[in-house]
Design a protein around this ligand. Structure first.
Ligand SMILES: Nc1ncnc2c1ncn2[C@@H]1O[C@H](COP(=O)(O)OP(=O)(O)OP(=O)(O)O)[C@@H](O)[C@H]1O
Ligand SMILES: [Mg+2]
Length: 242
């Protein structure tokens, strides 16, 4: 079966610094995969390459077997911070796809309902809490019905309780829409709880990966997840990247 995503970066350099070195990753449709690794190991660079935002590399990104050259509607991106446009309403931000008039699109309202924000559709971003703003960013990331959603440390700026709620929301939405997720996180608990597989990066390549076998819905304090987390930490420590 053809993988939904097949990325192989032979080399990615910034000036004379080699950031990615023979990095390969495949994702099957419906999979949830996390990337973990030390700061500066190339996680965001890899997501930008997959998203088509960085084309100055030697490598190839295939979506459903088709080589990609540039951004693609089937790939959504959620950043560390919500990046909402302050002069547009919540609904306009969600429907912002070169055309703020899409705010009246019923799809915008169904997405806002899904993330529990229908009542603030006409509010400006400044009226939102950090967690609410990131929920808007999730709705916006889903607007084009992407088959693959890339998330770069999406919950790192919110408190621990909000973070757990957002993780649950993300899983529910991914299941509902059949969206495949590739997520960068520094939080090994988050990686273990959310993922089918956790890929550990170091020295510009994929060092190892841990498959999380725990059935869903998962209990956060399960022994299997604790064991998976310890394995991930051991790989990171073994690579001298923590
Ligand atoms: N636009 C750029 N110009 C020059 N160097 C860059 C650029 N973007 C990233 N780098 C460098 O490439 C390396 C990888 O950066 P990247 O942002 O991918 O790391 P990361 O794994 O996402 O780190 P973090 O966990 O801190 O977000 C770093 O050494 C960084 O300094
Ligand atoms: Mg990064």
């Amino acid at each position: 079966m053809t993988a939904l995503l097949d990325v192989h970066v032979r080399t990615k350099r910034f000036a004379d610094r080699l950031v990615l070195d023979n990095f390969s990753l495949e994702l099957e449709a419906g999979e949830i995969v996390s990337l973990v690794g030390a700061s500066g190991c190339g996680k965001s660079t890899l997501l930008r390459i997959v998203a088509g935002l960085d084309r100055e590399h030697d490598g190839q990104v295939r979506l459903n077997g088709q080589a990609q050259h540039g951004i693609h509607r089937d790939i959504g991106f959620i950043f560390q911070e919500p990046r909402l446009l302050p002069w547009l309403t919540v609904a306009q931000n969600v429907g912002f796809d070169a055309d703020a008039r899409r705010a009246s699109d019923p799809h915008v309202f169904s997405l806002l309902e899904e993330v529990g924000l229908a009542q603030v559709a006409d509010a400006l971003p400044k009226a939102l809490s950090g967690g609410m703003a990131q929920r808007v960013a999730i709705a916006r990331g889903l607007f084009n019905r992407p088959r693959l959603l890339l998330l770069d440390e999406p919950f790192s700026a919110v408190d621990a309780f909000t973070r757990m709620k957002l993780q649950e929301l993300l899983l529910a939405i991914a299941r509902e829409h059949g969206t495949t997720l590739l997520l960068v996180t520094h939080d090994v608990n988050e990686a273990a709880w959310l993922s089918d597989r956790v890929v550990v990066m170091g020295n510009g390549r994929a060092l190892d990966e841990v498959t999380i076998t725990e059935q869903r819905p998962r209990h956060r304090r399960s022994q299997t997840l604790a064991d998976a987390r310890n394995t991930i930490l051991e790989i990171l420590e073994g690579a001298h990247v923590v």
